[in-house]
Write a protein that binds this ligand. Structure first.
Ligand SMILES: *Cc1c(COP(=O)(O)O)cnc(C)c1O
Length: 459
């Protein structure tokens, strides 16, 4: 470990040396025999409440490729749900984590602190939107970040109510399962749900056709009538909704909500857990919409796969909490923090904002060709390496836009059989989402899209 944690001049990785050939290769049935055997063991001891999309067991991952125990290589378009944004086993991130693990793995920041935690908070203050003093707290998971954002907003405002938007996803803890739009599978049977959580209408331009101003007026109307600003602590919003189906809000929607929140003393929180950390071609997706949130939640991509989350925002809001009110045993783990510092460095050194823009251009060009060919592709949307297609029933795309979940399942299943790991999403299960690592080359994009083309043709 170097003397200082300040960013060092890392040579640009012009030709990254991969330890796994960046290619798709299927050598057994999917799942193969070794995966099948592991799955048999798993069924005996792993809770049935934990599902796996594809029961192939992973042996190695590098760049944009994951390799299973049977030697099959998949183009990974999911990146562990947007976590390995810098690429699987990115050299500098792995090295930073190994170095840190050799120095020390844990002390607990609330017992004896360390520089790595402070450095991550400096980087978050620097790179989250807004030019004002900011502070952070580091925790372990996205949902824990959401929980802390709500706690911090309640403490600062002295108010009780939490508002979220339709189609939102915020986690699986007792509070956050009440904040999701879909009950199933996240909340079914796990009630009673947390109280004082309200679900306001969102902006979903493909279906509601509303301008940003009109959609914001509808949301604000709900907040004022159903809750009342005087009781509202916070409004929690994903700038581009993740699990809901990568909905990009209409122009002006988010700034209008922030303006209303500011005028009414409501803390507006950007849940950037999926959309943040270079994923969309900006450090944080809020920047695409001219939105400067009061608090920003980051997690998934922040530490290259190590568990870490942050709540970052206006210093006066973050400081309203009493000493000891925030924290937890593993929050801001040193190894995760060292990895996160390396991720911030890699974003600069490897021009990852540019790489996300390249992926957007390459993916949307290819998907546009498919959209012209197949009328079940209703819409292509998203930013950077967060792109989705919404599938509709044949012939309904220009009018009723009826969801086509069956096609989504069939395409995803076909793709995985052919070495492409493709995630689904959407309130109605009708969205295929592309959430790759930024190491995904244009050649791999073309190859993956040819598989998806075949998959749609086979329907
Ligand atoms: C994944 C996700 C969460 C929850 O994060 P976990 O680390 O799974 O708890 C919350 N919000 C958004 C937008 C997410 O994508």
């Amino acid at each position: 470990m170097t003397d200082t944690l300040a960013p060092t001049a890392v040579p640009a990785a012009s030709a990254p040396a991969y330890t796994v050939a960046q290619e798709r290769k299927i050598v057994t049935a999917i799942p193969g025999p070794l995966s099948t055997e592991l799955h048999r063991r798993r069924l005996a001891v792993v809770s049935g409440g934990v599902a796996s999309m594809l029961p192939v067991y992973i042996k190695k991952a590098n760049g944009a490729i994951i390799v299973d125990v049977d030697g099959n290589q998949f183009i990974d378009l999911g990146a562990g749900i947007g976590v390995t944004t810098v690429g699987h086993t990115e050299t500098s991130v792995v090295a930073a984590a190994v170095d840190q693990a050799q120095d020390f793995v844990h002390t607990l920041f609330t017992v004896t602190p360390y520089e790595e935690y402070v450095r991550v908070c400096e980087l978050l203050a620097e790179h989250t939107p807004g030019d004002f003093p900011k502070k952070s707290v580091l925790v372990n998971s996205g949902a824990e970040g959401v929980e802390n954002g709500v706690k911090i907003a309640r403490k600062y405002t002295g108010r009780r109510a939490v508002a979220v938007l339709d189609h939102a996803y915020h986690g699986r803890t007792v509070l956050t399962m009440a904040m999701n739009y879909k009950a199933a599978p996240y909340a079914t049977g796990y009630g009673p749900l947390a109280s004082d959580v309200y679900h306001a209408p969102s902006s979903y331009p493909y279906h509601d056709g509303l301008s940003g101003a009109d959609a914001a007026a509808r949301t604000i109307g709900y907040l004022e009538k159903v809750i009342g600003a005087a009781d509202l602590a916070c409004l929690v919003v994903e700038p581009i909704q993740g699990e809901g189906g990568f909905m990009v809000p209409a122009e002006g929607y988010l700034p209008a909500l922030q303006q209303w929140c500011t005028a009414n003393g409501v803390v507006m929180i950007a849940d950037e857990i999926q959309s943040g950390m270079a994923r969309t071609g900006k450090y944080f997706a809020s920047e695409h919409f001219g939105w400067v949130p009061d608090l920003v939640l980051s997690a998934k991509g922040i530490a290259g796969g190590f568990p870490l989350a942050g709540v970052t925002g206006r210093a006066e809001i973050m400081d309203a909490s009493q000493p000891g009110g925030l924290g937890g045993t593993f929050g801001g783990n040193p190894v995760s923090c060292a990895a996160a510092i390396a991720v911030f460095d890699a974003i600069e050194a490897n021009n990852l904002l540019g790489e996300a823009q390249r992926i957007e251009a390459s993916l949307t060009a290819g998907l546009t060709v498919l959209k012209e060919k197949y009328d079940i592709i209703g819409e292509i949307r998203g930013r950077g390496a967060m792109i989705a297609i919404e599938l509709v029933q044949p012939g309904t795309g220009d009018t009723t836009k009826l969801p086509n979940a069956a096609a989504v399942s069939a395409i995803s299943a076909y793709a995985s059989q052919h070495g492409v790991l493709l995630l689904t999403a959407g309130t109605y299960g009708s969205v295929l989402r592309f959430l790759p690592s930024l190491a995904l080359s244009d050649a791999l994009i073309a190859d993956a899209l040819s598989v998806i083309d075949d998959a749609i043709a086979s329907l």
